[in-house]
Design a protein around this ligand. Structure first.
Ligand code: NAD
Ligand code: DAU
Length: 332
């Protein structure tokens, strides 16, 4: 693959993937990104100019998408409205981008017969009880809870239909919660790290018993590249790194890592419809494609993430006050 079109490449995981591809392959990358509140051109700083093209545009715009897809060898589709809390306040942009944007890309890859990889989430499977011995697998039935996860589930089903009905050469991956540098301060881990830096007590939704299955964004990128290179067309792969932790433990670890007392946080209003637990069984990706995660130690991955936010205040500071003000109006 000489030229990759990466949608949402100025976002958290998309930018990590662009850095990863440039460091580990010879591919040229063109990023298509609308630069919503969640996109930041500075997340791509350091990528050599000759390896990167940047197009500021909307994945739901057929004219832009059509010409970029025509010029690419493959498309990796990260662009999305990604935050559950926002989807509960205003679902419309989630339908426009996650459903109509994915549809627009599918029609373009169908027209130009290009390889397509669709990035999705474990949230399409709904949630698990805390004591359920089962984890999500590729055959778990879809059961999304929020406007965000229902639009991601819808986009996955569109991809499957375009594979079956039109022979589009697509793969899908569903990954668990990512952490690492360049994540927007609205998300759980960066919100609490930057709160501690600002002298604000971290905010835990409800009792904090909800479990997320954490994976470093670099491991997500290596898995996506593996699927792009060796995945079987028409198949779905779950991506996870056996990183289950409840939110209370994560908040306490952030506080102690940052030299604060473990109990120095507040309980705030719970998220409506809050999914209890996600857990990924990534056996298929590991056994069929030989992928393994490198960041197996969450504590040291988290410590490096804390250091990144301490050292890159210029990157996150412009978003912080407005993000916290919005949470305060929501009682969170
Ligand atoms: P993000 O919100 O940080 O980034 C999204 C990017 O998409 C931004 O750069 C934004 O400007 C861009 N974008 C939004 N709407 C667009 C549009 N209409 N046209 C073009 N660009 C647009 O999101 P993220 O956390 O990096 O997530 C990336 C992908 O990974 C999403 O598809 C998400 O569903 C999926 N995912 C995320 C996680 C996670 O933990 N963050 C886990 C599993 C899957
Ligand atoms: O599982 C994959 C999903 O992970 C992705 O598809 C989403 O794009 C991504 O945003 C993430 O969704 P979550 O809703 O799990 O992530 P979030 O960072 O919003 O919250 C993580 C957990 O922390 C969740 O249980 C809610 C809780 N939380 C969140 C915030 C912002 C808090 O307790 N306090 C907070 O301030």
């Amino acid at each position: 693959m000489k030229t990759l079109l990466v949608t949402g490449g100025a976002g958290f995981i998309g930018s990590n993937f662009v850095h990863y591809v440039v460091e580990n392959t010879d591919a040229h990358v063109t990023v298509l990104d609308k630069l919503t509140y969640a996109g930041n051109r500075a997340s791509l700083d350091g990528v050599p100019k000759e390896r990167l093209g940047f197009v500021h545009g909307d994945i739901a715009d057929p004219a832009v998408v059509n010409s970029l897809v025509a010029d690419a060898d493959a498309v990796v589709h990260f662009a999305a409205e990604s935050h559950n809390d926002n989807s509960l306040q205003d679902p419309r942009p989630f339908l426009d981008t996650n459903i109509m944007g994915t549809y627009t890309l599918l029609e373009a890859v169908r027209r130009h017969d290009k390889r397509f990889h669709h990035i999705s989430t474990d949230e399409v499977y709904g949630d698990l009880e805390l004591d359920d011995p089962q984890r999500f697998t590729e055959s778990t039935p879809y059961n999304p809870s929020s406007p965000y996860s229902s639009t991601k589930a819808g986009s996955d089903l569109l991809v499957r239909a375009w594979v079956r009905s039109f022979g589009v050469q697509a793969t899908i991956s569903n990954c668990s919660n990512n952490y690492g540098p360049y994540q927007h301060v609205e998300k759980f881990i960066p919100r609490q790290i930057t709160n501690v830096i600002d002298g604000i007590r971290p905010k835990l939704y409800g009792a904090g018993e909800n479990v997320r299955d954490w994976i470093h964004a670099n491991d997500h990128s290596s898995a996506v590249l593996t699927i792009l290179e060796r995945g079987q067309i028409g198949e779905t792969y779950l991506i996870g790194a056996d990183g289950e932790k409840n939110n209370k433990d994560v908040v306490e670890l952030i506080l102690t890592t940052m030299g604060e007392p473990a109990a120095g946080y507040d309980h705030v209003l719970d998220r409506p419809g809050h999914d209890l637990r996600y857990a990924i069984d990534s056996t298929r990706l590991r056994t069929e494609l030989g992928w393994t995660p490198k960041f197996s130690d969450f504590e040291s991955g988290l410590a490096s993430t804390v250091e990144w936010y301490r050292n890159n205040e210029a990157w996150w500071r412009p978003q912080k006050a407005a993000t916290e003000a919005k949470y305060v109006t929501q009682g969170q």
